[in-house]
Structures are given as C-alpha cells and as structure tokens.
Ligand binder design. Structure first.
Ligand code: ADP
Ligand code: MG
Length: 266
C-alpha cells in the first residue's frame, strides 16, 4: 500500500505544485515508485512542470466513463531515472469534476502499485480541496513566511485534523525562505506561527529565481542533482519523508533556531 500524501496550503501560489513535482522526482530517484495526482482541476500545471503536457491521452473521466483502464490514464515521466508517473484529474476545457468517493476509488485502485502517491491540491478550502484530501492519509502543508500564508495554513491544518488526518501525519514545508530577510529580522512574527508549529517542519526551501527557468523548460529544478541549495533542500526533504534523519542546512537551521529562540522568549 502506498503512502498517500496530499500537498496543500490554503493560500494559492505558495509553491505546492513546484514542491510536488520536485519531491516526486526526488522520491523516485531514491528508488520509490511514485504517482503524482494533479487534483488542481482549475489550473492544471503539474504536467507542464514535468514536461508531460503533450503525453496525456486519457484522464480520469475517460476511466470513469469506461473508455480506458486506470493504467492507461497514468503517464510515465521518462526523463526521471526512477518510477514516476502522473495522473491528471482533468483536461483543459473540462467542466466536470470528480466526487470525493470517485477520488477515493481511483486512489484505492492504484495504491498497491506505488510506494508514494502525492496529490497536488488547488488553492482554497472549497470543493477542490475536499476532493484532493478525500483519499489522503498524510499531508504536507506548504507555507511561505508571510502572515496570509500562515493563517491560511492554520485553517487548513484544522480541516485536515477534522478529516481524521492525525497531527503527527501533518508536516510543514516552508518555501521561498530568503536568508537575508531572516538575518535582518524582517520575517513574520513568531506569535503568528506558534500554532502552526504544532506540526513538525519537514523541509525549508529557499527562494531561487532559477525555478522560473526550470518551470519553463518542464524540468524540475532537482534535476541538477543537488548542485544548488534549493535542489539540496528538496532532496533532504524527500529523505526526511522517507524516514531518514537528515540535518537541516545552515539556512534552515538558522531560521528554525531563530524561530524557537523567539518563541521561548515570548
Ligand atoms: P501553487 O501550486 O501553490 O499555486 P506554484 O508551485 O505554482 O504554487 O508556484 C507559484 C509560483 O511561485 C511559480 O511562479 C513558481 O515558479 C514560484 N516558486 C515556487 N517556489 C519557489 C521558490 N522556492 N523560489 C522561487 N520561486 C518559487
Ligand atoms: Mg499549483
């Protein structure tokens, strides 16, 4: 049975799709069989980030309508050295959306074929979010060091808990951290993050403008094999998800230390 992990946030544009695509590549290169499910039915872009947009022939509606098997809906990423596949829940122009039960059925049908199923969810906490989390047993909550993102994540964590995802299965990925802002003490107040810190931090990903180039090319940034800080931090995050104890990079530990230090004082 696969570990079924939803990647979510509440606030849009914080990096869910970027994190999903890159963690998918890392986990598969570490030897796991990985399925990525694009549950962002509004803005489908996981396929673009992986350079797979022209390879999707069938989507889940074709399967639900009996036009193909579930296996035919899965697109293999041939650029990755491991087993990485993508399932899109929609196609451009499609108005329909699947139900929570259909989502659960689809995930159940494929879960014995994979070690990990990562589900990329849409922004917000409405219908699309509920469908994305319907089958999940764990969650990665992506935040950026901004108040709006942290407040939304807090709401999302509450909803995940109410959907029976236990607290120890909810981990935070803090994205777009800028070390120079940390040093200048310009980052968000810790008072606002304390509640959310009741979930463990599993990854801290720096801001890197090269993401734009990698997205445009359809090549996740981790394809540079850990040569950049961002790529290393994503790889470390994948290893931690796999259960390894990987120390945080300097950038990360400085940030976390500061966070805890301020928390103790307050
Ligand atoms: P979401 O899926 O949460 O809406 P995306 O993954 O689409 O977010 O990212 C939103 C934007 O932020 C994209 O333009 C992406 O390239 C950029 N981005 C994401 N993570 C980083 C990062 N660590 N450094 C710089 N830009 C990033
Ligand atoms: Mg997205």
């Amino acid at each position: 049975m696969a570990r079924i992990i939803v990647v979510t946030s509440g606030k849009g544009g914080v990096g869910k799709t970027t994190v999903t695509a890159n963690l998918g590549v890392c986990l598969s290169e570490l030897g796991s069989k990985v399925l990525l499910i694009d549950a962002d039915t509004g803005l489908r872009n996981l396929d673009l980030m992986l350079g797979l947009e022209n390879r999707i022939v069938f989507n889940c509606f074709d399967f639900l309508d009996g036009k193909c098997t579930i296996e035919q809906t899965l697109v293999r990423d041939k650029q990755t050295d491991g087993d990485l596949l993508l399932l899109s829940l929609t196609k451009n122009g499609e108005e329909r959306s699947i139900s929570e039960d259909e989502m659960k059925d689809i995930v159940l049908k494929v879960s014995d074929k994979f070690d990990y199923i990562l589900i990329d969810s849409p922004a917000g906490v409405e219908e699309g979010f509920r469908i994305a989390i319907a089958a999940a047993k764990e969650a990665l909550v992506v935040i950026t060091p901004e108040l709006a993102s942290i407040r939304d994540a807090d709401k999302v964590i509450g909803l995940l808990l109410s959907k029976s995802i236990p607290q120890e299965k909810i981990n935070l990925v803090i994205n777009r951290v800028r070390p120079e802002m940390v040093q200048r003490n310009n980052m968000i107040s810790v008072d606002d993050i304390v509640d959310i810190l009741s979930a463990d931090i599993i990854g801290v990903i720096p801001e890197d403008k090269n993401i734009i180039i990698s997205t445009n090319r359809g090549e996740p940034i981790v394809k540079d094999k850990g040569k950049s800080l961002i790529s290393q931090s994503l790889k470390d995050t994948a290893n931690r998800i796999g259960g390894k104890k990987v120390p945080f990079l300097d950038l990360e530990s400085n940030w976390i230390k500061r966070l805890f230090f301020k928390r103790q004082r307050s």
